[in-house]
Every structure is written in C-alpha cells, then in structure tokens.
Design a protein around this ligand. Structure first.
Ligand code: F3S
Length: 666
C-alpha cells in the first residue's frame, strides 16, 4: 500500500454559472454553426480550444461582427454601456450573465448614494458591476479591508448620503468579513449585500478544510482565473501547492520533492472554470506519480468519483432553478441538470412551479457525459414511478382523489396527480356527449382510479364514478338523517302542473302546488322557475319509495290567521268577485281568503242564474254572516245589507219628527 492517498474536493470544477454559459454557447454553435463570446467564456485555455472546435470563438470587441452574428455575453456579465452598444450594432445577443452576477447589477443600479465594491478592479465582473451603478462617479472599488479603511479615512464618502456595499461573486470570504467589520465601524447605516456566490464560498472553505489535512495540494485551473488563484492562496497557508492548468506541466520530481517521507493525503481542488475531464486527468497524472508508492490508480479514481449510471435513481439537492432547467448537486463530481421538460408531467409547469433551491428530490439518471462531468436527469420519471404506485394504492383502497385537469387530449382529458398523467376517457368525464371537454380545463375535480398498468405507467381514471359515489354517499346520509320538519334550501329542478321538484342535495323532494303558496294559483310557473332557490321543510317522507313531500308556505304568512285576527261576523266589507258557480259567487276578502256569497244571499229577490247578477271582477259590499274556523270558510251576504237598509231608513225617519218637535218646543 502507498503511504499516500488522493482526495479531490467535492466542489471542484464548473460552477452553475459557468456550466450554464458553456451549455448556452455549445447549443448556440450547434444551432447556428458558429457564435462568438465577448472575451473568453471561461479562464481555461483547454476548454477554450475545445469550444473553438465546436464553433465558439472569443472576440475582444463586438465591433468587428456583422448583424447576422450571434454574440454571447459570458457569465461575468458586462456594463450597461456595452449592452447598449451591442444593441446599436443590432447583433443577435444572448445574455449568459450568471444570475448571481445579474443580481448584483440590479442592486447597484437601484442603490442611492455611494457604492462600494469589494473585488479586483481589473476583473471583468467588477468592471461590469461598476458599469451598472446608477452614479458611476460615486463608486469605490476596494481590494481588501485596508483599502476600505483608507477610503473611509480620506473621507470620500458623504455622510449625508446612503452607502451600499457589495462583493465580487468570487471575492475571498474572510477578506469580505474584514471589509464588513470596517464598513460597519465607520458607517452604521451602510446597506451591505452578501453577494459572494455560495459556490465560491463553499469551494474556498472546502479547499481550506482539505488543505489543513493534506501534505500537498494540487490546484487545477487557468492561472488567469481569479477564483482558482484564490484557491491556491488559501491552500498555501496550510501546505505546499502545485498550481497546474491541465496537469501537463506537473513535474514528477518536484512533486516527490514536496512530499514528506511519512506519507499523507494529497488534495486536489479546482476553480469554477475547470472542466471535470481536466480534473480527472490531473488525478490520473498524480496517481501515476504516486503509483511508485503502490497506489492503485483506477481504484483511487473510482473511490474519489462517486459513480452514477444511466437508470440510477439518485437523491439530489436543487442548487439553482432557472426558466429552462433545475441544477442539482448529486454529491458527485458531476453537474446535474434536469431540463424543464423532465421536471414535471405538466407541460405548462415552469421549473420554479415544481422545485425550489434547497429541495431534496429524487431523479433518474438519463444521460452521462463523463468527459465533461455532466449528468442529465429526469424528475418526472421518478415521480411517475412513485405516482403510479400511489395511484395503484389509491385504487386498491377505493380512494377518491382530486386533481386539476391540465389538458384535453384525443378521446378525453389528462389530470396530473402525484406527478403522473391520469387519462380520463371522455365517457368518464361526466361531460354530456354534446358538451365541451374544454370546460373542465384548469378545474380541480374529484376522480377515482379505475385502471393501472404499472409496467407501462398507464393510469386511467373516472370523474363520473367519483361524482356518482359522492352522490350515493350524500343520498345515503340524507335518508339516514331526514326528519319531518327539517328545513332545506333547494334548487327547483322541474315544474309540473301539480307541483315542483326541488333538489335537496342529491335527493329530489316534491312541493305540491297547494303547499307552494297561500295564494290561489293556476300553475306553479306563476310563482317559480327552474333554478330558483326555495326554502322548504319536510312534511313527510318514505325511505322505501324514496319520496319526500315538502312544504313551502310559512305559518306567519297564513292569510286565514290574519283574517280571523282582523274580521268578525257582522262586519261589512268590500270584496271582489273571483269566480261564479251555479250555487253562488266566491269573492276575495283579503289575498288568500275568499268567502262564498250563496245564490240565496245575493239579493232580496229570487235569483235563478248567478251570472246574470254578478260577474268576475265585480266589487261589491257584503256582510260577513258566518266565519267557520274549523273549515276555514266564510259566508258573505249582499241580501243581508239590502234587508237592513229599510230598517235603518225607518229608524232615521222616526228620529227626525221627534227632533223637529223638540226644536218647536224651544
Ligand atoms: Fe455564477 Fe457563482 Fe459561478 S456567481 S459564475 S455560479 S462562481
């Protein structure tokens, strides 16, 4: 066994922003044959050479390009002035600025007063940030806490103004802490934004932790890459460092000269712009050098690089979400990508609708590019497998599920449930044959799973069955709990000449016409229409025959009660004739109470035909001669009034001579 082991930092290699820019460039070159990047896409000559072979060429300025050319802005970003200049040249421009850098652009463009940028003033990212500040004259770039201290001492900041401080994304995190302390000491109200990219901070702290337990560190990356240089500087504080761009310049004798005889761990770290295949190559070279010491090269490589295979179901941590994909950390050296189309079964779902940064998810590996250290995954495949299992269990348990109708397809609709497409055949949607399935779109509906073919991941559901079961359950509950007198508010479903049918929640009850209103009606349509809501109560019910008789009239509206409270036998009232019969005429006393003027009570003279004397609509004065409260009947008489009239006149005639005699006596 060798006295030496090799350990590679997990965070070594492409960061999200660089990976994204490289992907965009590769895709653009693939689509249009050739494209340009404003400056080298990444600080790694090997990678630049590889990209050139694919048709990606760096240019120093957009000025030499023609209107048909496509120019990619790299992950560092550029100033506002450069963007405006590109627009003036009318170039096809694709902005691959890392979202974390773009966030700093937004902060400084909205900042009021002065802006401090902690970073390297010559770095393109910092130049770009400066170029996005609202007032470029009030920007100060400092390299470290000492420079910031001096800036405060020289009183270049106006205490009346607001002050904002940001950091270059790859700024050294311990230097940033010192800068923050100095800033807070001098300016309590300063707005400080922690804009160091966590990828950088993680890489730096992991490198430092690794360097502390190593006898030698190998830093891999472009010597012109600031973040790689910083990794070398951090490592140097703890052990000797070999800084290599691609491993070809590693000198075996120099390595062996740096190694202590007692053995130990050799660490490998790499900057954000170092492709995985270069890290692997350096690992191979170092293993060969140390092989003299008995290292099993391939075994060590395998140990350091956690393996993934196509079809593996792996756990992944979401580290970034953008409009086209989710970027995940697999805990391996690979960069993991889940394209939007592989995140969800719902074609309308945006990546941010499905996952968020920090989510731990499961995904299936669908493609591996070992040379570039890129793994493509599918979340929807795992969701689908898990989903089909859950849906099969739901079918087994006869569960009713809920889901949103996401699309209309040939022969039915699709509901996405548990990350799985559930097909609902048109006949199972509950939509009538002449209805439109589109009416279900975006609606959340109940459904039952009626068929699962796990091997094919095929699930069929039925909205109709779920609704029928819900209706049956509601009906059963209704018949269990129904009581005479129970009140409901129901919708009028149909109207017949003898009454109306009211939906009480799955069960229809009937209100007979006579129970609809206290007033006299010829047809229920005179007072209700389909769809009306009626307050009803249960008069009687028959669970066997599934019949419910309902009442609608309220006692407080009972006109007979009102009548008997206000009228007495002997009262003289004005009435309106409402119907004529052979035995007399019915006349309305108040709405809902009619009295009978019997043929014998119409006149003092004998009458053979009522219609010859009275007509419907006639208004006549009558006397109430009888109130039968038991039978709710009222007898009226015109004759009684006529017979009383001569007597009254006679009384008046008798009283008049007496009064005259009295007057004469006076
Ligand atoms: Fe972006 Fe961070 Fe890389 S800022 S370019 S993801 S180091």
């Amino acid at each position: 066994m060798s006295r030496y082991t090799i350990e590679t930092a997990d965070s070594a290699g492409f960061c999200f922003g660089v990976r994204r820019a490289v992907d965009i460039a590769e895709q653009t070159a693939k689509n249009s044959g050739r494209c340009y990047t404003l400056g080298p896409l990444i600080h790694n000559d090997n990678e630049i050479t590889r990209l050139k072979k694919l048709g990606v060429f760096p240019v120093d300025s957009p000025d030499g390009l023609s209107a048909d050319d496509t120019l990619i802005i790299r992950s560092h970003g550029v100033s506002k002035a450069v963007i405006e200049h590109i627009a003036e040249l009318k170039l096809n421009c694709i902005d691959a600025t890392c979202p974390f850098v773009a966030k700093i652009h937004r902060i400084v463009s909205e900042a009021k007063g002065g802006v401090i940028i902690a970073g390297d003033p010559d770095h393109p990212e910092v130049k770009g940030i400066v170029g996005h500040c609202a007032d470029i004259d009030s920007v100060t770039v400092i390299r470290d806490a000492d420079e910031l201290e001096k800036a405060f001492e020289s009183q270049i900041f106006n205490r009346q103004n607001a002050l904002t401080m940001v950091a270059q994304t790859t700024f050294n995190s311990s230097k940033w802490q010192s800068c923050k302390q100095v800033a807070k000491k001098h300016y309590t109200n300063i707005a400080i934004f922690d804009t160091i990219c966590s990828a950088t901070a993680e890489r730096q702290s992991e490198t430092e932790a690794l360097a502390k337990r190593c006898v030698l560190m190998v830093t891999v990356g472009g010597k012109n890459s600031s973040n790689t240089t910083k990794l070398a500087q951090i490592s140097q504080k703890h052990c000797p460092v070999i800084f290599t761009e691609n491993g070809s310049d590693i000198d075996k004798a120099a390595v062996l000269g740096l190694l202590p005889s007692q053995g130990g761990t050799v660490g490998i770290t790499a900057g954000a712009s170092t492709p995985a295949y270069i890290i692997k190559e350096v690992h191979r070279i170092m293993s060969e050098i140390l092989n003299d010491e008995g290292l099993d090269f391939m075994a060590e490589v395998d140990k350091t690089f956690k393996k993934v295979y196509i079809g593996n179901r792996v756990k992944a941590l979401v580290v970034a979400v953008n409009k086209n994909e989710a970027v995940v950390d697999l805990g391996t050296k690979h960069s993991g990508y889940i394209p939007a189309s592989e995140l969800s079964q719902d074609p309308n779902a945006a990546p941010s609708d499905v996952v968020k940064v920090g989510d731990e998810i499961e995904a299936i590996v669908t493609a591996i590019n070992d040379a570039e250290g890129v793994v493509t995954l599918s979340k929807k495949k795992v969701d689908s497998v898990l989903g089909v299992e859950k849906l099969a269990a739901a079918m087994e348990a006869n569960e009713t599920l809920e889901g949103e109708v996401s699309s209309v397809v040939k022969g039915g609709v699709i509901i996405i449930s548990n990350g799985t497409r559930v097909f609902i055949p048109a006949s199972q949607t509950g939509v009538p044959k002449d209805g439109k399935l589109e009416e279900l779109l975006k609606k959340t509906v109940p459904f039952k799973v009626i068929e699962v073919t796990e091997a094919r991941g095929r699930v069929v559901g039925s909205i109709r069955q779920a609704k029928k079961e819900a209706n049956d359950a509601a009906k059963a509950k209704f018949w269990e709990s129904i009581e005479v007198g129970q009140k409901f508010t129901g919708e009028v479903k149909s109207i017949e000449s003898y009454g109306v049918f009211v939906d009480l929640g799955g069960v229809d009850g009937m209100v007979h016409s006579s129970e609809l209103t206290w007033s006299r009606i010829k047809h229920p349509r005179e007072i209700v229409k389909i769809g009306d809501k009626l307050d009803v109560y249960v008069k009687s019910f028959d669970p066997e025959k599934k019949r419910v008789s309902l009442g609608c009239k309220k006692d407080e509206d009972n006109p007979w009660i009102k009548f008997t409270a206000e009228y007495n036998e002997g009262d003289v009232v004005d009435v309106t004739v409402v119907s004529i019969t052979p035995f007399g005429a019915f006349a309305q006393i108040i709405p809902g109470v009619d009295g009978l003027i019997h043929i014998s009570q119409i006149s003092t003279e004998r009458i053979n035909n009522v219609a010859q004397v009275l007509s419907v609509g006639d208004e006549v004065k009558v006397k109430i001669i009888e109130i039968n409260e038991e039978q709710n009947r009222v007898s009226l008489s015109i004759r009684a009034l006529a017979e009383e009239a001569p007597a009254e006149e006679a009384e008046e005639a008798e009283e008049a001579p007496a009064e005259e005699a009295a007057e004469d006596a006076e």
